[in-house]
Ligand binder design. Structure first.
Ligand code: AHR
Length: 642
């Protein structure tokens, strides 16, 4: 039957199914829904950070890539130097010499598959400069469109043989997704330059070193309750040396050392030699974003194992101390007083108040004893110093199987608070697993559905409506089991259309635009309608987990007193449903609204040009104690009832 859903029925059929009756018991909520329930997981994959959410437009701004001119096109006499550098952890800089024989000398930056500029928008150019012989010099900073026309030039004067920061704001006279930045030395002589940077002035909350406003807004619009960062596999690294080290990602942005991005060569047929992490979007910025979003921060740290699929390097147990200390120091960075070593670093960056971090993840997709014996060391050390911090362990890379079966009992034995489960499975799996958590052990650690996405292989894993609807159906099961499932985050979050390694992804973007997928809207419909208490919803005395292709859950939103129903009709026919509300006593329903996503064609996708699938909203007529619904074929509906 489930197979039928995806394989044969590609469009809607005429006529309704038989009448269904569902009963919601309003009198006795069955569980609390944590405010963290629906959240987001961010990883720098698919150019999600550098080239994406992080609004820096210049690639390799510090000339620290192994080939220091990657991203740059030097012209004239331009060399890379490192004597008497401006930044000790990013020592390379460029020396530009205009010896008068060449008309000009300088360099262009290509950005991340181009630089996206919008007409009328302002961009802040900054660079560190010096003139070794102390003579005053003139530089031209230029915006060049994709036809090679330098349509905006601004001159800056520099002098002095010690490093100084230059800033100039440029207003773009054109819109172009594939522009370039050019710097030209106009005077005869020598200039040194480092950390050449260009940001939109209009970043999220107008912060310098900020985030792309449209992408951050899209995150905000999800109303996320939790924010897991910074990975994923990048916390493990391709090797231990390239694991994500949070201490490298805080302090002055110019001095954060470059790290390779482990998604550079992961897929041999899709190599990204120019994929590095500037760490400009680092732990301070992640915590700040959590705060902006109203989401609980959930950082994940290396447990002393590099990616077990790749190099599988292991830190010996008697050398694990620095890794454990990183975790303890991170808690101090987030929560410690300004008088503490790491609390002071946070305060010096502009946030004297603690970030109030409550959870920490140890390890990403790890497995076997080599993981559990390290996790145990971390757990003991964190519990001893910070008993209030919740610890998240891993159940490995898949939804079931040997690794999963070994790890869950181990997580119980070690006594972590939450277990991170990952499942990248086919739509049929998501439809078939709406009852996955109905029989989970209520006594052990709670579940964090930390990475999941429906992969429709028949369409090259498109972010299509089939995938989105199967996730919506599955999520009714997360919601019904909110006593055991405490957090859930789709993965991955972002993808640049010209530079992605992994699909599907929640939000796609190019250098100017972004697109919210049908999957995004499913997440948003849950996030905006999370509620506070689970209500029992049954059909024929059972939870609705796929009978006649229907899926359903119900919650109460205590602050507003509203009852919220989530209903999926995955069938090709309209379904008539009568919902009876028990336990309303003297109260009665007076009205409501329905937000819905519907499309008869499973394959429907959104594009940057057009979002074909967006939620629509309509008013709902109610009976005093019941509701008569006609659920459209292939639809996900959220009813909010007053
Ligand atoms: O989300 C993409 C990757 O999938 C994550 O980095 C990893 O945890 C998982 O394998």
């Amino acid at each position: 039957m489930k197979q039928l859903i995806t394989t044969f029925l590609l469009s809607c059929a005429i006529g309704a199914q038989a009448q269904h009756v569902m009963t919601v018991d309003v009198s006795r909520p069955t569980a609390k829904i944590q405010p963290t329930m629906y959240g987001i997981f961010f990883e720098d994959i698919n150019f999600g950070a550098d080239g994406g959410l992080y609004a820096e437009l210049v690639k390799n701004r510090s000339f620290e890539f192994p080939q220091p001119f990657v991203g740059w096109m030097p012209f004239g006499n331009v060399t890379v130097q490192d004597a008497e550098p401006c930044f000790d952890r990013n020592p390379h800089y460029v020396r530009i010499v205009n010896d008068g024989r060449l008309l000009r000398a300088g360099l262009d930056n290509e950005g991340f598959r181009g630089i996206g500029l919008k007409q009328g928008e302002e961009y802040r150019f900054t660079a560190y400069t010096r003139t070794p012989d102390a003579r005053p010099m003139k530089l031209s900073v230029e915006l060049v469109n994709s036809n090679g026309e330098n349509l905006l030039k601004k001159e800056i004067e520099i002098s002095g043989n010690s490093w100084q920061k230059q800033t100039v704001v440029l207003q773009s006279p054109f819109t172009d997704a594939h522009s370039r930045l050019r710097v030209v030395l106009l005077s005869e002589g020598t200039v040194d330059m480092d950390h050449i940077s260009l940001f939109p002035v209009n970043t999220w909350k107008k912060r310098e070193n900020g985030l792309r406003a449209d992408l951050a807004q899209a995150l905000y619009d999800l109303n996320p309750g939790v924010f897991r960062f910074p990975g994923g596999c990048i916390i493990e690294g391709n090797s231990l040396a390239t694991r994500y080290q949070w201490k490298n990602s805080v302090g002055p942005v110019e001095n954060r050392p470059l790290n390779e991005n482990r998604w550079n060569y992961t897929f041999k047929h899709k190599a990204f030699p120019d994929y590095f992490q500037s760490l400009g979007l680092g732990y301070y910025e992640y915590f700040l974003l959590s705060e902006d979003l109203g989401a609980e921060p959930l950082p994940v740290l290396s447990c002393g194992l590099s990616c077990q699929y790749e190099s599988n390097e292991v830190v010996p147990l008697d050398e694990l101390d620095p890794y454990v200390q990183d975790a303890l120091d991170l808690i101090e960075f987030a929560n410690g007083p300004v008088t503490s070593k790491w609390g002071k670093v946070r305060a010096d960056m502009g946030h004297p108040e603690p970030f109030g971090m409550k959870m920490i993840g140890i390890g990403n997709e790890q497995w076997d004893k080599v993981y559990t014996e390290r996790l145990e060391v971390f757990t003991k050390a964190i519990r001893a110093k910070h008993p209030d911090i919740q610890i998240v362990g891993s159940s490995g890379p898949s939804a079931d199987g040997d690794k999963f079966d070994y790890l869950w009992p181990e997580m119980k034995r070690i006594g972590v608070d939450l277990v991170d489960e990952h499942y990248y499975m086919a739509p049929d799996w998501f439809f078939a697993n709406a009852a996955r958590y109905d029989s989970y052990d209520r006594k052990g650690p709670k579940v964090f559905a930390g990475e999941y996405a429906s992969h429709d292989h028949s369409t090259g894993k498109a972010n299509n409506f089939l995938a989105a609807l199967s996730e919506a159906a599955f999520m009714t099961g997360l919601e019904r089991n909110a006593d055991v499932v405490r957090l859930a985050t789709y993965a991955p979050l972002f993808a640049h259309v010209d530079a992605w390694q992994w699909n599907p992804d929640l939000i796609w973007f190019d250098n100017l635009r972004m697109m919210r997928t049908p999957n995004y809207y499913v997440q948003q419909m849950y996030g905006m309608n999370a509620g506070t208490d689970v209500l029992s919803l049954q059909m024929d005395g059972k939870p609705v987990t796929g009978q006649d292709s229907l899926y359903a859950s119900a919650v109460l939103d205590a602050p507003t007193g509203e009852i919220i129903l989530k209903l999926v009709n995955a069938g090709s026919r309209q379904a008539k449903v009568q919902v009876d509300f028990d336990g309303l006593k003297k109260r009665r329903l007076i009205g409501g609204s329905c937000t819905y996503l519907q499309n008869c064609d499973w394959r429907t996708v959104n594009t940057l040009e057009q979002e074909a699938l967006v939620p629509r909203i309509r008013p709902v007529q109610v009976g005093e104690h019941s509701l008569d619904l006609e659920l459209q074929p292939r639809s996900f509906s959220v009813y909010r009832l007053h």
